[in-house]
Design a protein around this ligand. Structure first.
Ligand SMILES: *Cc1c(COP(=O)(O)O)cnc(C)c1O
Length: 389
């Protein structure tokens, strides 16, 4: 027994050995020429991954929630109307952040496992002017995938800024920020970007920067204010030393390594890999007659799967059995139904081998807990899907 566990939660994920190695190097000065080069490269590589050649990237020490806070605090002023399109826990987090900055918030909340329809969104945008709308590409609480393209299109039509929480999607789901005219796409390092927790990553459109420049009132946040960070990002990109707050040097070295791995695989190929692995995994789950939380396969994310426990199977015992098989999974997150489902992350460098290990452990756990299935069913379905792909 190697005693090595497989971390299959929706972030932090399994990291590439080269990325982890970068975390352990002797820490450089944040103004050393080679670190400036690393930071500058990382900013440039972000544009490739986000497909946003015109965007302004930000790399800040913090988590995904800081990236959300940064988007809202810089773009929204007290009294602004904002439309929150929610498909779960993280949609509602935008509401909490917006209320901190005095926004007038309207929430469109999808039924559990579903998305808000485009008609409902357009009706809301028609009824009054919203300065911005927020959407969650993959809500990690439900595993529901939203198609941001038509929503961003509507936002543009009604002169509304579009803010996409891509924390569980960037580098795992298709994103085309510039072509789709999304004003903000934000994420965190520990999800599909594949770097240990600690970085907030955000790409702002030219329009978003202009809206920020034309604010009537000052930004009500010190640390997240673009006034402090924009000159720093520009300096690193121009390969000049600068300082506002000490950047997390090792994390940024690791970020450059991971972005290079992502770009070497190719972003389109990477998205495709996430897609076919998720689809094969879902076939495995269906072969065991387990029910997914998203109401249809078209709404199921490719970065994680949210699955209901079958009747009679207790969540805590199931997790303990998975853990005993060295597979770490996540429980539910949506308050009302928390104890009824579990989540498996399959993003980043995930491979067919990882998912076979998960399905094997999952079958054993269910059988031991008395759920009547024939062993090998999910493995068979998964293998067939992978082999024919
Ligand atoms: C994880 C996650 C967040 C929060 O990120 P933190 O790094 O935990 O602050 C926000 N939105 C989504 C969709 C997430 O998956």
């Amino acid at each position: 027994m190697k005693g090595r566990k497989l971390l299959m939660i929706p972030g932090p994920i399994e990291f590439e050995p080269d990325v982890l190695q970068a975390m352990g190097i002797a820490t450089n000065s944040h103004v050393a020429p080679d670190f400036i080069e690393t930071f500058g490269n990382s900013l440039e590589l972000m544009r490739t991954v986000w497909k946003s050649p015109k965007g302004q990237p930000f790399i800040i020490s913090g988590t995904g929630t800081l990236a959300m806070d940064m988007a809202i605090s810089n773009l929204i002023e007290s009294g602004d109307s904002v439309l929150v399109i929610s498909s779960g826990y993280f949609g509602i987090r935008f509401k909490s952040i917006l209320e901190c900055y005095g926004a007038e918030v309207t929430v469109l909340e999808a039924p559990t496992g579903d998305v808000v329809s485009l008609d409902t969104i357009e009706e809301a945008l028609k009824s009054k002017h919203y300065k911005a709308l927020t959407m969650t590409h993959v809500d990690t609480s439900t595993g529901v995938l939203v198609d941001p393209k038509p929503i961003a299109h509507l936002a543009k039509k009604y002169n509304t800024l579009s803010i996409l929480d891509g924390v569980c999607s960037v580098a795992g789901e298709e994103i085309n920020q510039d072509d789709w005219s999304i004003d903000i796409v934000l994420t965190a390092s520990q999800k599909a970007i594949g770097v240990p927790p600690g970085l907030a990553l955000l790409m702002a459109s030219e329009k978003a920067i202009q809206v920020w420049e034309n604010r009537k009132t000052p930004v009500g946040n010190y640390y997240a204010n673009w006034k402090n960070w924009l000159p720093i990002m520009k300096a690193y990109e121009e390969r000049r030393p600068s300082y506002f707050g000490t950047p997390p040097v090792n994390l940024i070295v690791a970020l450059e390594v991971s972005l290079k791995i992502i770009c070497k695989e190719g972003i389109n190929k990477r998205i495709k890999r996430h897609r076919y692995l998720a689809e094969a995994f879902r076939l495995g789950i269906e072969a065991l007659h387990l029910k997914m939380l998203p109401v249809s396969n078209a709404l199921a994310a490719h970065t994680l799967s949210a699955i209901y426990y079958p009747e009679g199977v207790d969540g805590a015992s199931f997790s303990a059995k998975m853990n005993a098989s060295d597979i770490i999974i996540a429980g539910g997150l949506l308050a009302d139904i928390k104890s009824t489902y579990f989540r498996i992350g399959h993003m980043g460098s995930v491979s067919p081998n990882d998912l076979l290990a998960v399905l094997g452990a999952l079958e054993r756990a269910l059988i031991e807990l008395g759920y009547p299935i024939e062993s090998g069913k999910s493995l068979h379905a998964f293998q067939n899907a992978i082999i024919t792909n």
